[in-house]
Design a protein around this ligand. Structure first.
Ligand code: NAP
Length: 492
């Protein structure tokens, strides 16, 4: 056994793989488990407890029971706990990074980046916990006083995706803790281990029993359905596909549940004729290839002015072709495997469909032989308007390029999607920058940058990319409700 293998095994052995309910680690009530695979090899890493409907109900009971006392804790205590969690996650950054690489596939360097990003939500919301404010004012007619204050929403259900196993969890858990909410978390079946390690950390830093409950399950719909229908649940926050988000919104209607929905994207990446093309190529590499393209924020469509299109496509293809595709644990890896065979098949189908519409493959475009779900960085030019790749989330390292002539044409192409999460624009024209920020229909816009995610900024989409915001000063509001008290004129 190599020393690397020993390191992997000892980390995996240290992860608690049970359900975490009411401050206790336990098996599923029917003792079932499900396997977690390494997408770089297809091998089973370990197995985790597979929560049943009854286990889900136990988790919500634990959250409901803890809610009242947790809401009464002081904001400073909740902030200090988050700050301790930030320090503990940071101290174990290497373990978190390796675990994410093993269960999700991203290169270690990117996994380390996610640990910093994910941990930063803990620090940010440790600071926001003490800034939950209200107001006191005389009514305009002077006859009453208006007291407005904020209360925690109450027990929450969090359903998270596999692509950013730590950050998608901390982006919800940290503001909920800061606001004084308790919660049940259902991590993605493909990547539950990172959330389980994070729950261990929160337990170690002293989070009271019942505040956080984690229920990995292979039966997402049947376990979370009864929780969404339960009147004790007050909030659902979901990150995942628009398709599942729509179903959850419908299910939430019966209890008029507060919801936050972080859904899919189809980000346009616009390069204008006045752009710094080299900077645009570097930005494109980030916007396209972070997480192998498996990001809701991934640039999905490159919309490039015809005057710079040839140069942009050539330089992007050269840089993409030079990247090292290898298991994420390989120190040289720049592109890891996709999450599973189904995802890789879908990505390749989108490429073949684009070729069918007349597209040319400038680099990549083939399924490599061997184990693991690898797909090479791929650039497509001359993509026809009917190509599926322009409408669907690619979730892979494929960059389709289309061209435009007039600014309005670029805006129309950018907006011709049901999604509206993020857009990227490369231009040196300030007036155009402002026009784009008003005309492009997206919750977030990057100007001459390839990454916009930042814990201090409100992350979220418009149109069918979602509802609500995570991060920034807006993020904690998702976990607070406004109460108003009318008070008789104290001088009457
Ligand atoms: P997904 O299939 O929608 O799954 C997301 C989560 O929902 C998983 O935990 C999944 O459980 C669970 N789920 C699936 N069906 C469910 C149901 N009927 N009831 C309750 N829960 C259900 O999405 P994914 O493939 O994991 O993630 C990729 C998607 O997430 C992409 O569309 C991406 O754009 C989006 N995303 C959005 C953001 C954002 O902030 N806007 C961030 C990251 C990702 P299982 O694991 O058991 O299937």
């Amino acid at each position: 056994m190599t020393s690397t293998q020993t390191l992997h095994d000892s980390l995996l052995d240290s992860i608690r793989t049970g359900l975490y309910i009411g401050g206790r680690w336990r098996e599923a009530s029917n003792q079932n488990t499900f396997p977690v695979h390494n997408p770089a090899t297809g091998e089973v890493l370990t197995s985790v407890a597979d929560a049943t409907v009854n286990d889900g109900a136990d988790a919500l009971s634990a959250a409901a029971e803890a809610q009242k006392s947790w809401a009464r804790t002081s904001p400073r205590d909740r902030g200090e706990l988050l700050r301790a969690a930030f320090a503990a996650v940071t101290a174990r950054a290497d373990d978190f990074a390796l675990l994410m690489t093993l269960e999700m596939g991203k290169p270690l360097a990117e996994a380390r980046g996610e640990v910093s990003y994910g941990a930063e939500f803990l620090r940010w919301f440790s600071e926001e916990a003490v800034r939950i404010a209200g107001r006191y004012a005389p009514a305009p007619d002077g006859k009453t006083r208006l007291l407005v204050h904020k209360r925690p929403v109450g027990p929450c259900l969090f359903i998270t995706p596999w692509n950013f196993p730590l950050a998608m969890a901390t982006r919800k858990i940290a503001p909920a803790i800061a606001a004084g909410c308790t919660m049940v978390v259902k991590p993605a079946t493909l990547t539950p281990l990172t959330t389980l390690l994070f729950a261990q950390i929160l337990e170690e830093v002293g989070l009271p029993a019942g505040v956080l409950n984690v229920i990995p399950t292979s039966k997402a719909g049947s376990v979370t359905g009864p929780l969404i229908a339960d009147p004790r649940l007050r909030k659902l926050s979901f990150t995942g596909s628009t398709e599942v988000g729509r179903q959850l919104l419908k299910a939430s209607a019966d209890q008029v549940l507060r919801t936050s929905m972080e859904l899919g994207g189809n980000a346009p990446f616009l390069v204008f004729e006045d752009a710094d093309v080299d900077a645009a190529v570097d930005g494109a590499l980030l916007a396209k290839l972070r997480n192998m393209g498996e990001a809701c924020t991934a640039a999905n469509r490159f919309i490039v002015h015809h005057a710079v299109a040839e140069e942009f496509a050539r330089k992007l293809s050269q840089k993409m072709a030079a990247l090292t595709v290898a298991p994420g644990t390989d120190p040289d890896s720049q592109i890891g495997p996709l999450i599973d065979e189904e995802s890789r098949t879908k990505v390749h189908e989108l490429v073949l469909d684009a070729v069918h519409t007349g597209a040319s493959i400038e680099t990549g475009g083939n399924v490599p032989a061997g184990s693991g779900y690898f797909y090479p960085p791929t650039v497509l030019t001359g993509v026809g308007p009917t190509a599926r790749i322009l409408d669907e989330e690619v979730f892979g390292p494929v960059a389709p390029i289309v061209t435009f002539t007039e600014e309005q044409e670029a805006v129309e192409l950018a907006n011709s999607t049901e999604y509206g999460l993020v857009a990227y624009v490369y231009t040196r024209d300030t007036a155009r920058t402002l026009r784009m920020s008003e005309e492009i229909e997206s919750g977030m816009l990057g100007i001459n940058v390839g990454v916009v995610s930042n814990p201090a900024a409100p992350f979220g989409g418009v149109k069918q990319s979602g509802l609500g915001r995570e991060g920034g000063i807006e993020g904690i509001e998702e976990y607070l409700e406004t109460r108003y008290v009318g008070i008789a004129d104290p001088y009457a």
